[in-house]
Design a binder for this molecule. Structure first.
Ligand code: AMP
Ligand code: ZN
Length: 119
């Protein structure tokens, strides 16, 4: 998708602060961080949201979740087998949830105490 921001970042046409990459997964720092650690984890292949990705390729959905945990570990948000101090995974679907980029992405958020329920 040549008009998709995240596809263009995967293609190297727009710069990204990459923290993790495999042949199928790409993770980079959010340009407008909402927490001390704020990384976006995406499949390189274009899928518009998590439901579409899960329907098309459940294995790839599992890969981005695993990658998100790996990023959280590498960022010091979880230590070995413990879940301390912790992190939050968010994926927004549709306008009411605040989705602004129609290429599925997991927000990995951590480094501060998070409110629950979210606003
Ligand atoms: P969402 O609103 O859930 O669709 O999340 C989209 C996220 O992409 C937002 O948190 C933006 O700050 C982030 N974003 C937009 N453009 C860029 C960019 N060029 N590099 C990194 N993150 C971006
Ligand atoms: Zn895309």
């Amino acid at each position: 998708m040549s008009d998709c921001l995240f596809c263009r970042m995967v293609a190297g046409e727009i710069p990204a602060d990459v923290v993790h990459e495999t042949d199928r997964v790409f993770a980079f720092r959010d340009i407008n961080p909402q927490a001390p650690t704020h990384v976006l984890v995406i499949p390189k292949e274009h899928h518009r949201n998590i439901g579409a990705l899960g329907a098309a390729d459940p294995g790839l959905l599992a890969e981005i979740v695993s990658a998100a945990h790996q990023v959280a570990t590498q960022e010091g948000l979880v230590d070995g087998d413990t879940t301390e101090p912790g992190y939050r995974l968010v994926t927004n679907t549709g306008p009411e949830a605040g989705q602004s980029v129609d290429h599925v992405h997991l927000h990995v958020l951590g480094g501060r105490r998070m409110a629950w329920p979210p606003g």
